[in-house]
Ligand binder design. Structure first.
Ligand code: NAD
Length: 227
């Protein structure tokens, strides 16, 4: 019994709305209010939240700080996440320099590249290391996530380096489908041990532009996602 990826995306949106309400010192909200602000239906909000428990009182709505805290807990944002960036070029440096991540306990703990002109330099207080050092690095420091910002043709190898280093999640910015390594075991193809626990999330802004181009040309085909 899975949970739709669209639900998880919306939880992130609800959390952002709750943060905004809290900043405005609004203490209560409702599924109707959240729905309007998120551009979905109240039924959708209740359905999304119901996957994770009961957070409100019937007819009374939700207490903003409590629902916010609960969504943070559901999303795992009440703990620290140690992140390495692999590929410290234009995008990798922009990410390293973007301050927003630290609001959510995402901490950049290491930067890795192969370019000898970059290795050894400092970006935002961190020394860029050679990607060959990744495995040793993760022996000495907990690393939960890897940001992959290498050229597309290097993405598979760099992802393998992250998996070999025991990193559990990869946020892949390269327009490449990352394939877990498979092994043949008793005549069957099986995912290799280092990939079993690895989750890959793809971020592809060009894909978003392509979808947008399609929907601009076909506006009547654009529907509200009610998955
Ligand atoms: P870039 O060429 O500026 O940087 C890539 C970096 O990766 C370089 O520093 C290079 O030395 C390093 N690298 C190459 N092989 C490596 C390896 N095996 N291990 C570690 N580092 C390695 O490229 P960019 O513009 O930063 O783009 C990076 C990726 O992100 C590309 O796949 C690109 O398609 C994608 N992307 C870029 C943008 C953008 O706006 N720049 C936006 C979306 C997606």
């Amino acid at each position: 019994t899975g949970i739709p990826t669209a639900t998880i995306s919306r939880l992130v949106t609800y959390l952002r709305i709750l943060e905004g309400l809290e900043a405005q010192e609004v203490s209560r909200t409702s599924s109707g209010d959240l729905a309007e602000r998120a551009g979905v239906t109240a039924f959708q909000v209740r359905k999304d939240l119901a996957y994770f428990g009961r957070f409100g009182t019937r007819g009374m709505g939700y207490t903003v700080p409590i629902l916010k805290r609960e969504l943070m807990r559901v999303l795992g944002l009440n703990q620290t996440w140690n992140v390495v960036i692999v590929g410290v070029g234009r995008l990798g440096q922009a990410i390293a320099n973007y301050p927003g991540a630290s609001d959510y306990q995402f901490q950049y703990v290491g930067l890795f590249d192969v370019n000898p002109e970059l290795v050894g330099t400092q970006v935002r207080g961190l020394t860029v290391r050679h990607v060959d050092e990744l495995r040793d690095f993760t022996r000495g420091a907990r690393v939960d996530m890897g940001f992959l910002a290498v050229p597309p043709e290097r993405a598979q190898d760099a992802a393998q380096a992250l998996a070999d280093a025991g990193v559990r999640g990869i946020l892949n910015f390269a327009p490449t489908v990352i394939q877990p390594r498979t092994l043949e075991r008793s005549g069957q193809q099986e995912i290799s041990d280092e990939w079993r626990a690895v989750i890959v999330e793809n971020v592809d802004f060009l894909a978003g532009m392509k979808r947008l181009a399609f929907y601009i040309l076909n506006p009547h085909l654009s529907t509200v996602d009610t998955e």
